[in-house]
Design a protein around this ligand. Structure first.
Ligand code: PRP
Length: 179
């Protein structure tokens, strides 16, 4: 059973996130300049807020698609078995693709998704994660762009949940369990 006796301390403000996304968008525009179309793939559910803010900063011809992968269920531990629960609607063969992830923790999700999408022969496939917890990594993978490196804290907000709660917080918060 998920605990309910916790408080959330702000870790990264909405303003800091917005400023970082503006800078990341510039880097992505430069990397994909001249692309006919960039397919921006959000990993559900955690990336829904990040992708919404990111694509609105991108001055590129963008198509938005979603993929749902899950390894955590409602728990706090990765099952290490990533399942694709919902596939893309569009084709990505020969296209430029940007995979948008909220957080890279063990790395199982992102590495599985990259392998899954690479098998469809996109022209270029790049990845971006808002948050990275390098100290938790079990699979050798790093997103091409990262918003913030964070310590091994349990975070929620800006799309990220604890037992499906708190995704709607406008900032990234740190969960502190209280006795
Ligand atoms: C979370 C998060 C990442 C993944 C990162 O997804 O959104 O996709 O875990 O962890 P990893 O690097 O250890 O694989 P989750 O399975 O909880 O689904 P959600 O996005 O629907 O919350």
């Amino acid at each position: 059973m998920p605990r309910t006796d916790y408080v959330i301390d702000e870790m990264i403000s909405a303003k800091s996130i917005a400023a970082r996304i503006e800078a990341l968008a510039k880097d992505i525009e430069a990397a994909f300049s001249g692309t006919e179309k960039l397919v921006v793939v959000g990993l559900l559910r955690g990336s829904f807020v990040f992708i919404a803010d990111l694509v609105r900063e991108l001055d590129l011809n963008v198509e938005v698609d979603f993929l749902e992968a899950s390894s955590y269920g409602d728990g706090m531990e990765s099952s290490r078995e990533v399942r694709i629960l919902k596939d893309l609607r569009g084709e990505i063969a020969g296209r430029d693709v940007l995979v948008v992830e909220d957080i890279v923790d063990t790395g199982f999700t992102l590495s599985h998704v990259v392998r899954f999408l690479e098998s469809r022969d996109p022209a270029r496939l790049r990845t971006i994660a808002l948050l990275d917890k390098p100290s938790r990594r079990e699979v050798d993978i790093k997103a091409d762009w990262t918003g913030f490196e964070i310590p091994d804290e349990f975070v929620v907000g800006y799309g990220i949940d604890y037992a499906q709660r708190n995704r709607n917080l406008p900032f990234i918060g740190k969960v502190r369990f209280v006795e």
